[in-house]
Design a protein around this ligand. Structure first.
Ligand code: UDP
Ligand code: MG
Length: 337
């Protein structure tokens, strides 16, 4: 029988985790063709998430706990989970029941049909706030427009089912500016989409504030495509050409035809016009420097070659009797490379 690891990145999910297991148990009991285990990644939680994990670990026999050295973020937590996964398939989902557990059955059916990547696709975003819905919609359109093709399918997130081959590939990818969403799009393989309606959080609150969401959006673009750099070059050349012609026209009109009407008759308007042009030009330059800076940031991350995550401890079922997070001699330090 094939095995599936369900990987749950968790940051301050003490309330959500027990609810998750209440909901998932009837679902996996109903699936006869696969065996399941859960890889719970504690991403430096500050609440009692680790205690809840330990409690689940004691009561059940299908739990592995990966404790990261600090909070690294959702993406590194997913990769940490994948690094210890030795099952035939992995399903990555939120621990807050926003990704419906019922879909696990559909994903296993797709695995049985031979799909290596199963991407749940949000049929609508009604559970999101107006702000998140609108900005997310604009974001996907923008990314796919600059790339000229669908790099990132709209309305999919980290909720995925992937095969062993894909897990191993991810574990071998050397770059450090990685995002799970981009990596899934990058590797390809036989992929299918299944529709789902994202639920409201069962408990706790979202770990993404507006600032984090914007940073995440910029990271998706800069680590997924270098098209913005080409766009800056292309549009920079086109606008330079246009403004050169405008400048030439003004010069000719002023010197040769000598109308000079704009300059002599409406002094205030001229100053306003010149100042706004200067500010517009400055903001465009700052924006372009920002874009280049983003890519430089990725180069820096890759040349530093720091690990994506650092694992403090992995607890597997075999070590059940040894469980005691405070015992330093049992600690296992791992880094990703
Ligand atoms: N998460 C994490 N580390 C973080 C932030 C989030 O492991 O630094 C986990 C979180 O516990 C959840 C998943 O990633 O299981 C998605 O986060 P969240 O639900 O807050 O995001 P949203 O669904 O609101 O986009
Ligand atoms: Mg969530």
């Amino acid at each position: 029988m094939k095995s599936i690891s369900i990987i749950l990145p968790c940051y301050n999910e003490e309330e959500a985790l027990p609810l998750y297991f209440q909901s998932v148990d009837p679902v996996i009991k109903d699936i006869k063709d696969y065996t399941f285990n859960f890889i719970l990644v504690n991403d430096g939680s500050k609440d009692k998430t680790l205690d809840v994990m330990n409690d689940l670990y004691q009561k059940r026999n299908d739990i592995e706990i990966v404790t990261l050295a600090r909070n690294f973020g959702q993406n590194p937590a997913i990769y940490a989970g994948l690094s210890v996964c030795d099952s035939d398939y992995a399903i990555i989902m939120d621990a807050d029941l926003q990704d419906p557990v019922d879909l696990i059955k559909t994903i296993t059916e797709k695995f049985s049909e031979g799909y290596e990547v199963v991407s749940p696709h949000r049929a609508n975003r009604k559970s999101d706030t107006w702000f998140k819905r609108t900005t997310a919609g604009m974001f996907y359109k923008f990314v796919n427009a600059i790339e000229g093709k669908k790099v990132i399918p709209e309305n999919v997130n980290a909720f995925r089912g992937i095969s062993r081959r894909v897990v191993e590939l991810f574990n071998k990818l050397p770059n450090k500016d990685r995002l799970f969403l981009n990596d899934v799009a990058f590797v390809g393989f036989k992929t299918c989409y299944v529709d789902f309606v994202r639920q409201k959080r069962a408990a706790g609150s979202s770990k993404y504030n507006v600032n984090k969401l914007f940073n995440h959006a910029f990271n998706i673009i800069s680590s997924g495509t270098s098209q913005p750099l080409f766009a800056v070059l292309k549009y920079g050349a086109i606008f330079s050409g246009i403004f050169f012609l405008v400048f030439l026209g003004l010069l000719i009109s002023y010197c040769v035809i000598n109308t000079g009407s704009l300059i002599s008759y409406n002094h205030t308007l001229t100053i306003f016009f010149i100042l706004s042009s200067v500010f517009l030009a400055l903001s465009i330059i700052i924006f372009v420097i920002g874009i280049i800076g983003l890519y430089l940031h990725n180069v820096l991350i890759n040349t530093r070659n720091q690990p994506l995550f650092i694992i403090d401890r992995v607890v597997k079922q075999e070590e059940k009797e040894d469980l005691n997070p405070s015992l330093s001699d049992k600690e296992e330090n791992r880094v990703s490379d």
